[in-house]
Design a protein. Structure first.
Length: 215
């Protein structure tokens, strides 16, 4: 499990915007040309780890507490043991200055397709800790998930999010994800929203477009 080192460009817009990070996701905000951000290059390392890794477990619990705050309960989606470990999936932790600051994972979803594309993988446990939000880290993790899933043979990536996470919706729509039919444990929930993308359309295998930071 080789770590990947990425350079993230932080765009410092000053006060947090309505689309800035929350619940582990990054929202992209457009600005007038005359209002240019101050940019800082920050090294972030993304490691593939086992789900039982101490850093992974710590951040997963933080994800669950975020769900409690936003939705009133933890994520109750049934997952088999090892669902986010090879060969069933992959789990990643992002580190800044050696500190775990974000997670992202994917798992195979046999029988699920997006716009006729399969096999599909599903994004799980996207999260950035509060003190590191708004820096493009979630976008870098998302790009890493897309790239590693495509390398593993996935044709499409799908996800479920919710109305209590408007920043997540902004992130995925800005990244080219499109609405799709509901699936899974929360398919009947009125607050759930479902998105997918064809990984060829995401252009994730072109090195110049991989692991990029905030726009």
């Amino acid at each position: 499990m080789r770590p990947t080192r990425v350079e993230i460009v932080i765009c410092d817009y000053g006060p947090r915007s309505p689309l800035s990070d929350g619940a582990g996701v990054f929202g992209v905000q457009s600005r007038p040309v005359t209002d240019r951000p101050r940019e800082t290059s920050v090294p972030v390392r993304i490691d593939q780890v086992r789900f039982c890794d101490p850093d992974a477990r710590l951040l997963v619990e933080a994800v669950q507490q975020e769900y409690v705050v936003r939705y009133g309960n933890r994520d109750e989606t049934p997952m088999e043991p090892g669902a986010l470990d090879p060969p069933h999936g992959r789990f990643f932790v992002a580190y800044a200055d050696g500190v775990p600051v974000a997670t992202g994972a994917w798992r195979w979803r046999p029988g699920l397709a997006f716009e006729g594309l399969e096999p599909a993988t599903e994004i799980k446990r996207m999260f950035v800790v509060a003190g590191h939000r708004g820096r493009g880290i979630a976008r870098a993790v998302l790009a890493h998930l897309e790239h590693t899933a495509a390398e593993a043979g996935s044709a499409a990536m799908v996800l479920e999010t919710g109305l209590a996470q408007p920043e997540a919706i902004a992130l995925y729509e800005a990244a080219g994800y499109r609405p799709m039919a509901a699936f899974g444990h929360y398919a009947c929930s009125p607050v759930s929203r479902y998105y997918g993308i064809g990984l060829a359309a995401a252009d994730v295998l072109r090195p110049a477009n991989r692991d990029q930071g905030a726009v």
